[in-house]
Design a protein. Structure first.
Length: 763
């Protein structure tokens, strides 16, 4: 009976491993706010949990499947232990273990990666590795095809709101996609070279159709990496290739034709690649390179490049964070705390998006920040042990390929953070290398692995029952850890969708359903629910009830208490208090001031906090204090357009039109754009009151271009045209409004009545 169960368990494990390898890269969910990240992680973790628990069951029945002490297993165990320890003692342990729904890649996900590698190592040669690698190669080809289709049809997978020519395929992000494809380039290369070995391996006949498939995968993956235009992965591809050529130059593979079995071709190729790279770098600004995807993005690389400034700021913040906690670290995925503390106000010169770095975009630095020197060194040691074990493989060709690809992975990781695609492939490589290493060590020691009779001398039926129970126990974490999160994300999606469709009651109901579920990312769902309701309450009066607004306040206050050191939550709740302050002005504005002070303690140089606090002061009618606060933002960085914009608005509101006009014009010259149709209308009102009528008219026209159905803007535009003597245009816009509403019921009717009469408009 136990032997039969071992067979079933082993087959189940192999099927599940194929599912995780094929399904994880392809899986995404349309009805999710982050369709490519949280659902993909949840799918991976669900299958990985099933794999791990089934493996535990088989390990109970048969000691052959239990872990063996290898250098790679020890290094991996130390690394994961330090990762868990520093996460548990970090500044926000919940976030460390689960991350956020935007990333969905916390310590828990990394532990799942480790579990997958452990199981793959334990099964060893019982996994049909060639078929598994080919399944992964086929999956990569499907994903590459989707990426090429996206170049022609941006909405092929989802209705993408961001235009561009850098496809992300089923990973959603071009960088995440490229990192996944990088591994497949060299897996395909391995099988191509393996088929040319002398003598040819029996398991790899020289099949022309098979080689065509491998060549197609290789070329498709390389081309796709370039069309993603991800500089770090292009450099990783180059580093992996050069490492492989370097290894072949010292230990050439035994392949045909014979010329390639010697060192000379690899030395020549290595020199050619080096010279070609040098030539490209020295001539990278030449127009010739601008038409080549990927290479064109290297043309603007320089310290002076404004777009690189946020990355450099993040790296400096990360280094400062490491120096502050060089031994203990801050805990995994808590880089946001470090970045906020050492925030550089120059970041806002680029965009608001570049002021919220939750990753340093350098995986090596992130490990040193997260766990201090111990975790960083453990990470480097893990890579080193991997290379050492790979170099000792009986299959020297695969060992060289593995060393090359892990070098490329390390280089690309210097420009990006860890994501699910590359680590999925890395986990499989670790499992394969460790399993092969363990088998070679045991065979060299003369050990016989196959002694199943000796495994079941005591209570075989009891062991079988325990094994089956363990396997079925995987259903608990699959539901609690993963399915609940996907379900909550689904409700969140419909919450946002129903607000966009002007169905606030349904939106709030959907959001509440998502928040009700006790998912790992509940704080994220509560924050999004609260901010969505508050924005609707502020921008669309009467759409959201006071009761719903108060419920949003309570939800956001819970989020702040759950993650008190996250500065973003602190200044987000300041904005929320401002938006719903009409509920109880004294209470909510006082709370906003309190939270702003706490936020400034966490991120003292962040202009957004000052902007929000200035809004609070203006709602109190204290324009002098608001101006003083905004003056600080100009002192922090006078090149930030928003600092001048908000300073100008408050100057107008406080009765200083000349100062207001000057500051608004500075903001526009610095490139400050309009975010909604309210903004040009408000500025137009101020300009009109200050006598700048022609500029006010242009602003009203801009507002109508963004919100063509806004009647208030049409009235203002009609009046402005009347004041500059363009009566025909004034009649046109005012008649449009009169055809839709009765202006005689407007509170401003008496002010506008003389204008209507002068234009001969009968109301």
């Amino acid at each position: 009976m136990p032997t039969q169960y071992i067979l079933y368990f082993r087959k189940t494990l192999i099927v599940l491993i194929f599912i995780v390898v094929i399904g994880t890269p392809l899986f995404y969910l349309r009805q999710s706010v982050y369709p490519y990240t949280l659902p993909k992680t949840a799918f991976f973790q669900s299958v990985a949990e099933a794999i791990f628990f089934v493996w535990l069951g088989i390990a109970v029945l048969d000691t052959r499947y239990r872990p063996k002490r290898t250098p790679l297993l020890i290094a991996g165990g130390i690394f994961l232990f330090l990762l868990v320890l520093t996460a548990a003692t970090g500044v926000d342990s919940w976030r460390s273990f689960w991350s956020t729904q935007e990333r969905a890649f916390g310590v828990v996900a990394l532990l799942h990666m480790g579990a997958l590698a452990l199981v793959a190592s334990s099964l060893g040669s019982e996994i049909p590795w060639k078929r598994l690698w080919y399944a992964s190669l086929s999956t990569s080809l499907v994903i590459v095809l989707a990426a090429f289709i996206q170049l022609k049809d941006r909405h092929f997978l989802l209705h993408e709101t961001v235009a561009g020519d850098r496809p992300g395929s089923t990973f959603g992000n071009p960088t995440f996609l490229a990192g996944y494809l990088l591994f497949h380039v060299f897996v395909a290369l391995y099988f191509l070279l393996k088929s040319r070995e002398t003598p040819a391996p029996r398991s790899l006949p020289r099949n022309r159709g098979e080689n065509v498939f491998l060549a197609l995968v290789l070329l498709g993956n390389v081309t796709a990496i370039f069309i993603t235009q991800t500089r770090g992965d292009i450099l990783g591809l180059l580093a992996a290739g050069m490492t492989l050529l370097f290894l072949f130059a010292f230990r050439p593979p035994h392949i045909t034709p014979g010329f390639f079995a010697g060192r000379k071709p690899y030395v020549l190729l290595l020199g050619a690649v080096f010279l070609g790279g040098t030539l490209f770098w020295t001539t990278r600004i030449h127009p010739l390179w601008s038409g080549i995807p990927g290479l064109s993005r290297f043309q603007d690389i320089s310290i002076e490049n404004q777009n690189l400034l946020p990355r450099l700021i993040a790296l400096r913040a990360g280094w400062s964070g490491f120096l502050e906690k060089p031994l203990s670290g801050w805990g995994w995925d808590n880089f946001n705390v470090v970045f906020n503390k050492y925030y550089d106000p120059r970041a806002l010169e680029v965009s608001y998006q570049e002021t919220r770095f939750d990753k340093p975009h350098n995986a090596l630095l992130e490990y040193f920040v997260a766990g201090g020197a111990p975790l960083g060194i453990a990470y480097l040691a893990l890579l080193g042990v991997f290379i050492l074990q790979a170099s000792r493989l009986t299959d020297r060709l695969f060992g060289s390929i593995a060393i090359g690809v892990v070098t490329g992975y390390f280089v690309r990781s210097l420009f990006v953070f860890e994501t699910i695609g590359p680590l999925l492939m890395a986990s499989l490589l670790v499992g394969y290398i460790d399993g092969a290493y363990r088998a070679s060590e045991e065979n060299g020691a003369g050990k016989d692995e196959r002694k199943p009779e000796s495994q079941f001398q005591e209570s075989p039926r009891m062991k079988t029952k325990i094994a089956v129970a363990i396997a079925f126990a995987s259903l608990i974490p699959i539901y609690a850890v993963n399915i609940l999160s996907i379900e909550a994300s689904y409700y969140q999606f419909w919450g946002f969708t129903n607000f966009a469709r002007s169905k606030p009651a349904l939106a709030i109901k959907s959001f509440k359903e998502g928040v009700r579920l006790k998912s790992s990312y509940r704080s994220n769902f509560k924050r999004d629910y609260a901010t969505a309701v508050a924005e609707a309450y502020f921008y669309n009066p009467g759409v959201v009830t006071d009761e719903a607004a108060w419920d949003a306040v309570r939800a956001m206050e819970e989020v702040v208490l759950e993650h008190p050191i996250d500065a973003y939550n602190r200044y987000a709740i300041v904005d929320l208090y401002n938006q719903v302050s009409s509920l109880d002005p004294e209470k909510l504005l006082t709370a906003a001031e309190r939270e702003a002070e706490i936020a400034l303690g966490l991120t003292p140089n962040r202009q957004e906090v000052y902007f929000s606090l200035a809004k609070t002061k203006s709602l109190r009618g204290d324009y002098g204090a608001a101006l003083e606060i905004l003056r600080k933002t100009l002192d922090l960085n006078p090149k930030v357009p928003d600092a001048h914009f908000y300073y100008g608005l408050i100057a107008f509101a406080s009765g200083k039109p000349d100062l207001g006009y000057t500051e608004i014009k500075k903001a526009i010259r610095l490139g400050r754009g309009w975010r909604n149709f309210y903004e040009p209308r408000v500025v137009g009102n101020y300009f009109a009151d200050a006598g700048y009528l022609n500029e006010a008219i242009e602003l009203y026209k801009t507002s109508l271009g963004m919100g063509p159905d806004d009647l208030e803007t049409k009235v203002k535009l009609g009046v402005a045209y009347f004041l500059v003597g363009k009566n025909d245009l004034a009649r046109k816009y005012l008649r449009e409004v009169m055809s839709k509403v009765d202006l005689s019921e407007s509170p401003q009717y008496n002010n506008f009545k003389p204008i209507f009469e002068a234009l001969g408009l009968d109301i």
